[in-house]
Ligand binder design. Sequence first.
Ligand code: AQP
Length: 330
Amino acid sequence: RPRVLSGIQPTADSFHVGNYLGALKQWVAMQETHDAFYTVVDLHAITVEIDPAALRHRTRVSAAQLLALGIDPRRSTLFVQSQVPAHTQLSWVLECHTGFGEASRMTQFKDKSARSGADRSSVGLFTYPMLMAADILAYQTQQVPVGEDQRQHLELTRNLAQRFNARYGRTFQVPEPYILAETAKIYDLTEPAAKMSKSSPGGALDLLAPVKQSVKQIKSAVTDTEREIRYDEEHKPGVSNLLTLLSVLSGTSIPDLENRYAGKGYGDLKGELAEVFTDFVTPLQQRVGELMDDPAELDRVLAEGAGKARQVADATLADVYDKVGFLAAG
Ligand code: AQP
C-alpha cells in the first residue's frame, strides 16, 4: 500500500470546515487504500506564541477531532509530532541543505511574518518548511493530502529530497502533493477573497463552535447583489464558496444544486447549508466531548501511535546520519 502522511497544527480550539474539506476528509478516505501516518504537529504550533495550557488542550482536542472524524488508530498511525524526536533531528540536516534565499521565498513565512513584523517573528517560523519536509521525508511518504496553501512547501520538500538523493544516493522517496481541485481552497465567509483560516475566526466555520453560532455565520455570509445561484468563482466568490460547502457536505454535485436552486434565493441556499452543517457537526461534537472526558485514554492512543511512528522515522534518520558522515552511536 502506498504511504501517506499529513499533519495539522493544534493552533485553535477547533478545526474549521476548510481544514476538513481541504485535508481531513481525504485523510479519512485514504485509510482504506494507503498506509497512513497522521500527526498533530505541536512543534509547528510553537513557531508563534502559544500558551502552554492552551497548547496541551488543543493537542488533545485536535486528536479527539481526528478520531471523531473517523481516523482509526488500528488502521492508521496517529501521533503527536514532538513525541518522535527524529522529526527535529532530520529537520536540522535538511536545514543545512536549504539555501537561505530558497527558504526566504516561502510565501507563508512572508505573509505570517508581515502580520507580526519580520523582526519579531521567530526563527522557527522561518525554518517551519524544513521541519515540514522532515515530517514527510522521515516516512518515505508517497502522497501528502493538503490544501492549496501547502503546495509551495510540498515543492520545497520535493526539491530537498531530490537534492539529497542526488548528492548521497537514494535516501528519500520523492513525495507528491494530493490536492483535490474542488476543495483545495475554502474561503472565509465574511471575506470571500481570503482563505478560511484559524486566525480569522469571524469568517471561519468551526466544527466545534456552538451550532447556533455557526447557523448565524452561515446566514450572514457575504454573497453579492445579484439573485442568481450560480457557480462563478470570479464574479460570485461568496455564492460559489457556499455551493462548494453544500455540495461536498451533502454529496450533491454543483450542477445539481444549481438546477435545484433555479429561481430560488440566497436565503434558501444558506438555510439548507445551515441544516446540513448542523447534521454533520452535532454527532461529531458529541463524540469529541466523550473522547475529551477521558484524556488518559487519548494520551495512551497517541503514545502507542508515536511508538509505531518512531520505528519508521528512526530507520530513515539512521540512514541519513550515516550518509552525511556522522559516526554510529553504537
Ligand atoms: N481554507 C482552507 N481550504 C482548504 N484547505 C485548508 N487548510 C487550511 N485552510 C484551508 C488545510 O488544512 C490542513 C491543516 O492546516 P494547518 O494546520 O497547517 O492549518 P493552517 O493552514 O495553519 O490553518 P489556518 O486555518 O490557515 O491557520 P493559520 O491562520 O495559522 O494560517 C492543511 O492541509 C491545509 O492546507
